[in-house]
Design a protein around this ligand. Structure first.
Ligand code: PEP
Ligand code: MG
Length: 324
């Protein structure tokens, strides 16, 4: 199927009725064929910084991180690159920084870890800022935010890093800062978050896990884990609406965005961009090029009336036919 769709890949991600749906990629390590990829996307929607940290033997130092980040920023410039601060804990462990907990997904994860270790976060922010010098395409994303003051604390560190670097003769503008929406509590704090953040990025993988109280990696409950659960879809629709009201761009960087039916639903809900693993791009682009925005909106309306994940899946398969 991917080969069949290959000829469309240099065509715009645009619906038959002329709506542009920006597609972005999720990255971690080195990206293949960047020149070709760059023509086909609107930027990097999620650079998972923990990925390079997983293949080193200790926390990479500021120089090393600067090189890594420079490589990403330069490869994709002038397109934006959204760099997420270290998101370890949960299922993502660093061999040199083990975290032993009874409930890792409810424990020390993401920004909780890096705010408890500001020295780690400072090195990372300094490296990102240094790497961005002269490029102007860095955006910073904060993972696993639960409380608004976590954003305040991270922004204080960011501002301090900018001042420090200025004193060292490295002058950089303040990058846009986004908050990941993946802890259900943030759904109810969007106004306060919007006063602090420039954009939102929905982590539908964790949001699904936490809304449904289903461990995303436990095979015993794998059948219950479904981003097409009516509650998850209803949350997503409400997020898109609220972000519009608050005038903040909102995108999705979880797996739902890389699923053709999921992508159409998210487009119909009004998300501004979809970020996915590169191999998902062809099928998502093909779906967008075949369904008018109006059709996607109808699909959302129909789907939100259904009661069970099974009914949603069935309806999507029926409406989207063979290539879904
Ligand atoms: C998510 O939770 O949806 C997400 C994009 O982040 P990660 O999968 O890295 O937790
Ligand atoms: Mg996540």
């Amino acid at each position: 199927l991917t080969e069949v769709l290959e000829h469309e890949q240099d065509l715009p991600s645009r619906t038959p009725d002329g709506h542009d749906m920006p597609l972005m990629v999720n990255t971690g390590l080195v990206v293949d064929a960047v020149a070709q990829l760059k023509r086909r996307i609107s930027g990097v929607g999620l650079y998972r910084t923990e990925v390079p940290f997983m293949v080193t033997e200790r926390f990479p130092g500021e120089q090393e991180q600067t090189r890594l980040y420079r490589d990403q920023l330069e490869s994709f410039a002038p397109l934006p690159v959204v760099m997420r601060t270290l998101d370890i804990g949960g299922d993502k462990d660093l061999p040199y920084f083990p975290i032993e907990e009874a409930n890792p997904f409810l424990g020390w994860r993401g920004i909780r870890v890096t705010l408890d270790h500001p020295e780690v976060l400072m090195v990372q922010l300094r490296a990102m800022l240094r790497a961005s010098q002269g490029l102007d395409n860095l955006q910073v994303l904060l993972p696993m935010v639960t409380n608004v003051d976590e954003v305040d604390d991270a922004l204080k560190l960011l501002d301090r890093a900018i001042v420090e670097l200025g004193e060292e003769g490295v002058s950089v503008p303040r990058p846009k800062v986004g908050v990941m929406i993946e802890v259900p509590a943030t759904l109810y704090q969007l106004d306060a978050l919007a006063r602090r953040a420039d954009f939102f990025s929905v982590g539908s993988n964790d949001l699904t896990q936490y809304l449904l109280a289903v461990d995303r990696n436990n095979p015993r409950v794998a059948e219950l884990y479904d981003a097409c659960h009516p509650a998850v879809l209803s949350a997503m629709a409400s997020l898109a609406r609220e972000a519009k009201r608050l005038d903040r761009p909102i995108s999705v960087c979880g797996e739902l965005a890389g699923d053709p039916a999921g992508a159409l639903l998210l487009m119909g809900m009004g998300f501004d961009a979809l970020s996915m693993n590169a191999p998902s791009l062809p099928r998502v682009r093909a779906a967008i090029r075949r369904v008018p925005l109006e059709g996607a909106r109808d699909l959302v309306e129909e789907t939100l009336r259904l009661d069970t994940p099974g009914e949603v899946r069935h309806h999507l398969a029926e409406r989207l036919g063979g290539w879904e």
